[in-house]
Ligand binder design. Structure first.
Ligand code: TXA
Ligand code: MG
Length: 326
């Protein structure tokens, strides 16, 4: 059995950041805030720390982790960046973008890369995350800080709900401002391909590239790495999720957008992702509202149709996974 650890909840001040960096340098597990979601961080060069991280998350299979670094200079020591990858890094880092590039093999543990010859690299924009990364002084592996298959955490409270007793520390810097995970681009081929829509919109990336992104050969998913076209149940509440609902059924909660109401039985609970119809605000609220609607007395969650442009692509992706059969 996995031993129970006394998890410390620490505010993200100077002392908290120093304490977190020390936990990481000593091979421990610390949840840290990023602008997208909270990440479960460990030393990406330490196979023991990475093995502990997989166990704490309960990932059914080993799946490659993103190496987080404080700046482009540090990123160049972890992977080999083509001119296109470099241009994307310069345009969008720090920020909610992850670039998959050929790995510099000795820079991270093979376990953190799940044995792949490529590595996913990200420079987060969150001030606290960057301060921790700078102080840790090595690439930090950080999947979302949830138990595998659960909704990703956007607050320290969400992390505690999932991982209390399984990790050393949670660094609390308040709600994650973006609210959905980073956009992942595969930059190992000729034209970059989107493996996962996320906090950086496709339109912004294509504007910098000057042409469309390629279609991915495979999508990226926490539970099913390398599985072409698989749409595993993920980011999943415990009750069924029904998309593009036209009317409400008995016992359902409503997840809506821009003030839209549905006919049928009155909802047992309602959350509006963005009353003013802003997709950036909707992304920031998505995971917290899914958790809030996943409550006793709720038989299912009905979701209205949302606009598909901008961050709508990432929101639709996460909702599809939440609604997938399990
Ligand atoms: O916003 C984010 O990206 C958050 C925060 C904490 O930074 N992290 C995150 O990590 O979402 P995670 O582990 O939940 O998702 C990372 C995804 C996984 O689905 C994994 O399969 C994919 O990145 N990935 C990692 N390395 C890869 C590689 N070399 N090739 C393809 N996909 C890769
Ligand atoms: Mg995740």
């Amino acid at each position: 059995a996995t031993p129970i650890i006394a998890t410390r909840l620490v505010p993200a001040d100077e002392d908290g950041i120093a304490e977190t960096a020390q936990v990481l340098r000593e091979g421990g597990l610390a949840a840290i805030p990023t602008e997208t979601v909270y990440g479960l961080a460990c030393d990406a060069t330490d196979p023991h720390a990475v093995a502990k991280l997989y166990a704490a998350k309960g990932r059914p299979s080993f799946n490659p982790l993103i190496a987080h670094v404080p700046d482009i200079e540090a990123a160049l020591k972890v992977g080999r960046f083509s001119p296109t990858a470099t241009a994307l890094a310069q345009a969008f880092w720090p920020g909610p973008l992850t670039l998959v590039v050929p790995a510099i093999e000795e820079a991270t543990s093979p376990l953190a890369r799940a044995g792949l010859a490529s590595v996913a690299v990200r420079v987060p924009a969150h001030k606290v995350a960057r301060a921790v990364l700078k102080a840790a002084g090595r690439p930090i592996a950080a999947p979302s800080a949830n138990r595998s298959g659960h909704v990703s955490p956007t607050t320290a409270g969400h992390v505690m709900a999932d991982l209390l007793g399984a990790i050393d520390l949670v660094l609390d810097a308040g709600p994650a401002p973006v609210g959905v995970e980073s956009t992942i681009l595969d930059c190992t081929g000729e034209v970059p391909a989107m493996l996962r829509p996320g906090g950086l919109a496709r339109e912004d990336i294509e504007a910098v590239l000057g042409h469309p992104l390629a279609l991915p050969e495979r999508v990226t998913d926490e539970e099913t790495p390398q599985a072409p076209g698989m749409l595993a149940s993920h980011y999943a509440p415990s009750v069924p999720v029904r998309l593009q609902a036209g009317e409400l059924h008995e016992g359902e909660a409503l997840l809506t957008f821009a003030g839209r109401a549905l006919h049928g039985t009155p909802p047992v609970r309602t959350r509006d992702l963005s009353p003013v119809g802003d997709l950036v605000e909707a992304a920031a609220n998505l995971y917290a509202y899914l958790r809030e609607l996943d409550a006793p007395g709720v038989a299912g969650i009905a979701v209205v149709e949302l606009p598909s442009q901008g961050l709508g692509e990432a929101i639709a992706d996460r909702l599809r996974r939440a609604a997938a059969p399990r």
